[in-house]
Design a protein around this ligand. Structure first.
Ligand code: UDP
Length: 237
C-alpha cells in the first residue's frame, strides 16, 4: 500500500514545508503544588510536566551518597489517543520514561545534591506523534522552573523520512506511515546529543541529514523554552 502524505507541490499533508515545525506553545510554572512545571502544545500534542525535588526519598535504596538521582515517569492518559489507551505502565512508557531521564541527566549538576531525588512526571493529555521529544522539552522547562542547577536546557525534536524525503517534526500520521523517525535531544549551547533513537531504515546520508534537521528544530524550540521561562520570571518581579 502506498500512502501519499506529501502533496505533489512538495508540501506535507498538513501544509508544512520539509523543515517546518508544528505550531508550538510553552508555558512554565503552571502547577502550584510542584516545585517546577510546564505545559506544552506541539501540533496536536498536549503535555504537562511536573518536577519535585531535589528532596529526600523514603526509598533509601534508590539514593546515592555521592550524587543526586533523577526519576522520570512518562504517562499517556487513556483519552490521549484515538483508541482508548489501557491505563497504567506498559513496555513503551517504561522505555520512554527511561530514555527521557537519560536525556536530561547530563544537563543537571546532580553532584550538588547527594542523597537526594528529583522526580519528573510527564503526562500526555493528547498525543499526536513526537511525544517523547515534546516530553523532554517540557520536562527541561519544568526543571529550570524548579530552579535546579543545570548546564543547559535540554530540548528534543525529531526528524524522519516520509515518501523518500527527510522532514522535520513528524506528525502522528507521518510517524506511523512514514519510513523512518529519528528523535533526538541536545544541549543546545554545545550541540551535545543526549538522546538519539532511530525507528526505520535510512541511508547514512539520510541519517546525517535527519540529525542536522532535528538539531535545527531543537534550536528553534530552545528559543521558545527560554521565552516561556523569561515570561514567568518577569511576571514574578
Ligand atoms: N500512539 C497511539 N497509541 C499508543 C501509543 C502511541 O496512538 O498506545 C500514537 C501517539 O500519537 C504517539 C504516536 O503514536 O505520539 C507515535 O508513538 P511513538 O511510540 O513513536 O512515540 P512518540 O513519537 O510519541 O515519541
Amino acid at each position: 500500500m502506498i500512502f501519499i502524505i506529501i502533496n505533489s507541490n512538495d508540501s506535507r499533508e498538513d501544509g508544512r514545508s520539509f523543515d517546518e515545525l508544528r505550531s508550538l506553545k510553552i508555558e512554565s510554572n503552571v502547577l502550584k503544588r510542584a516545585d517546577g512545571s510546564a505545559y506544552l502544545e506541539l501540533g496536536g500534542n498536549k503535555i504537562l510536566a511536573a518536577v519535585y525535588g531535589p528532596r529526600e526519598s523514603f526509598i533509601k535504596r534508590l539514593l546515592k551518597p555521592n550524587t543526586g538521582v533523577i526519576r522520570c515517569r512518562y504517562n499517556m492518559a487513556p483519552f490521549s489517543v484515538d483508541d482508548r489507551k489501557r491505563p497504567g505502565p506498559d513496555r513503551r512508557s517504561t522505555e520512554i520514561s527511561k530514555i527521557i531521564a537519560e536525556s536530561l541527566r547530563p544537563s543537571l549538576l546532580l553532584e550538588n545534591f547527594p542523597n537526594s531525588m528529583i522526580d519528573i512526571s510527564i503526562e500526555v493529555i493528547e498525543a499526536e506523534g513526537g511525544t517523547r521529544c515534546a516530553g523532554i522539552t517540557a520536562a527541561a522547562v519544568a526543571l529550570a522552573d524548579a530552579g535546579i542547577p543545570m548546564k543547559d536546557i535540554v530540548v528534543g525534536c525529531a526528524a524522519g523520512k516520509v515518501n523518500d524525503k527527510i522532514v522535520l517534526d513528524l506528525s502522528e500520521k507521518e510517524d506511523k506511515e512514514g519510513q523512518a523517525d529519528v528523535p533526538i535531544a541536545i544541549m543546545p549551547r554545545t550541540n551535545e546529543i543526549t538522546l538519539l533513537q532511530t525507528d526505520g531504515i535510512l541511508t547514512e546520508d539520510e541519517f546525517l541529514k535527519a540529525i542536522d534537521l532535528a538539531i535545527g528544530g531543537c534550536h528553534e524550540i530552545s528559543e521558545i523554552q527560554k521565552i516561556a521561562l523569561k515570561k514567568k520570571y518577569e511576571e514574578s518581579l
